[in-house]
Write a protein that binds this ligand. Sequence first.
Ligand SMILES: [Zn+2]
Length: 439
Amino acid sequence: MDSANTENAGMDMTPIMNVFNEWHAANTSKKIRAVIEANERAGKYRAGFALYGYIKGTDEKKLPIRDEPAASIVHRMFEMRASGISPNKIAQTFNDEGILTPGDYKEQKLGIPNTQHSHHRWSCTTVKQLLQNPTYLGHLVQMRTTNLSYKNKKVVKRDPDEMVTVENTNEAIVSQELWDKCREMEASVSQGKKTATGFVHPLSGLVYCADCGNKMYMKYNNNRHSRKGPRIYYRENYCCGAYEKFGPRACSSHYIQIKILNQIVLTDIRSRMSMVSLEEKAAREEFLRRNEQISSRDGKADQKRLNQAKRRMVELDKLISSVYEDKVLGKIPEDVCVGLLKKYQDEKVTIKATVTEIERKSSEAGKDAADMDEFIKRLKAYMDVPELTREMCMELIDFVTVDECPGKYSKEPREIHIYYKLIDKSAKSEQLQSWEQNK
Ligand SMILES: [Zn+2]
């Protein structure tokens, strides 16, 4: 630091000079940041090299350009995730197939040394990070991270609303639909538990105890005739998780064989499929009815009320202006005028609330119809599937609840409820509420 004359001055200026120096550094750092931010807001691509799947463009803004074959790998990754495959499994598959990691690809394609990773293998984290990057939608999101300050270079993630997003800047690799499906999978209740042989049961993680609301665990039963004899059967079943962990005081077993539950679910899905293929119109009505509380049942009455309300609003505006006129012309006294105005204004407020409510309802009904279309589309996609698959359960089912077993030899019926995605929103929220209350 510049301290040539500090000693001569007879007092130690160092602390003060330090403050100035720091201030200068902080200020420069701020200025540089401001320039970077301005460039990013203008949609200029700042990264040193492009994201995996793209190469840096040569135009002024240096916008990323789609790069085959990496782009097709990216697309495949999103498709795998959307079908319910975990990031870990995706990484494993890519490693098995010998697909180059983004770092290695960059090194071979662009000659940029890969210093970050020495193991040359896809990891779960890499896959997860790529799956979260909105650049693949064609949007440029920059300043996803920041340093704490000019002194502390620790990289921290910014809040999404602090990031700079410029939409539709570059070529997309994935569609919004595919992107949304991946988000749906992430929000899904289940990641799926593998059996000893690495198989994930179709309903794994989707089965809940109807009484206590806990997830049901997968268990095995081995039975042999004699200790040395061959294994006769190998049974897999689901049991209430609370019972498994804390015993009969917490809940009862709710035991059900996986094979049987799968069969029940498959039969139910098939009956819906045949409904759709035989009489699609009736099926649509039935699916819409399932979201009853926000159904289009009273749509017509609502439309009538909406028209009435809008007409009344026009009338009220006319009345209000005529009151003003009458007042100006001296036809009515002050207090009557004030009273009338208040009355009309109050009525306007009430009507406005009604209109908002009806419009909200009708837009939700529209959403229901769109959801139902999506559900039918998904059903149709699995029309010819010979057995229950993991993929179809993840796409169609939110969760399944299993009631208590009425006893080994009882002929009492036992209830299994299937909560479908998209069409069972109201039943689902009711069920979740009842579990909440019983806690
Ligand atoms: Zn239970």
